[in-house]
Design a protein around this ligand. Sequence first.
Ligand SMILES: [Zn+2]
Length: 473
Amino acid sequence: MDFPTTGDPFVDAGRIAARAIFAYRHLREPSKENWLQAIDFAATNYQDKWQSKIDAVSLNGVVSHNANKKKARAVAVNFFQKLFADDTANESAVEGWCRGCGEYKTLFNGGRDILPLSGSGAFLNFHHGYETGVLLCAQCHAALFMLPFAVMQCGKNLALLQTQTEALQSFWQKSTIEQNLTNLARGNSEGILRSPFTNVRNAFFALVNEIISEWYAAQQTFEAQDLRLFYFTNFGASPECEIYDLPATVFKFLWIVQNPNQPEIRSAWQRFVRRHFRIKGAAYDEAHNSWLKTKGKDKGELQEEDYKNHYNLIYGMLLGSRNILFMMFQRKNRVNLVPIEIAKAYCLEVRLMKKERIDAVLNLADRVCELVQKANAPKLIYPLESARVVYQFRAALLRLLKKNIAAGEQTPLFTTEDYLHKLLPDGERWTDVRDLMLIRIYEKLHDFLQGAEEKINEETVAIPVEDEEDGSF
Ligand SMILES: [Zn+2]
């Protein structure tokens, strides 16, 4: 059975559930009889195994309505028999274009009882023309009836991954619908499937990591796409929906840093993420890559289970499309928190820096490292570290250029072409150049800088704030 996607996340998820249930029950054609058998199967499970607790998806529907809960199966089958009979005697039946699949069919009115977060009953002004609901064909009604199989309870609301490609569809189908079918067969399903997470952002990243691991395991090529997670409830008087977007650029970046064939990069990334959980009364322990309690008598290590639902700053910033490059190093301790490969991948995929530009920046950072080591003067880095505005950074680069000449080097630190077209081209953010340089320098000079006893007299090495000492360069 083939169901093209419609673009409506609920209808699409319902159709994937229907497709999986058809396959599970060995129903081939989407005939009326087969639809009714699939509905019978779903309704039986809702009533007998889940005690008809699907209110968060369907408000006062054929199963979730209080009056129907104990006889949900009979009511649901009867209801859908009427729809599939194209019963034009049904007062809401009209001919038209279905709001779900877009086909011209006999349509039936549906409200929040079947389509989450739509309008119905007292919410007439939800619809453009004050209709009493959304007009859907019998198949779309039936697919939406199976939506509870395709959502995941995550904390107080339900999570639903929008899927627009085959690969994502099959992933979501496995992680929800097929998992439900397996649990039901084993007799250990008591309601809508629960995510191991209650924090939706962390649940989203766990899903993305699973997708990536699965694709690598299946040797599947990467499919760039934006990922969207709906976090919603259709429950009672307080329906709500939050939408979490992970841009294709960030997805591609995660695909690179989570590559199981590069275990060092992968574990460095996971370490970087772990240190950015927000945990009160605990401190991140660098040496053991774990969190230690700082309050109370027990100063022991926290298990991941203890904090996996805490807010994570990196996840929050990536979902908010905020730049995390400056978090990949610490100026105060002069250390990089990720290997340069991660910073490079981030600049290339998420910051959309050109490869030649990244190479030029890293090349300059390498030359600065040589200069610092030869002169045995870590203080030379300070103007770069302390640059807060672009003219300070320009002055810092010029100062290094002069030091290089004074050191008797044959080739200049950078050429005018490099400077104009690669280091600080118009319209590009200069802070990315500074941050990428510092990550490289801290990584390359790690032992040298950590061993340095030099006390920096910040007054003498800082670039003056007001005075652009080297003119208009
Ligand atoms: Zn339809």
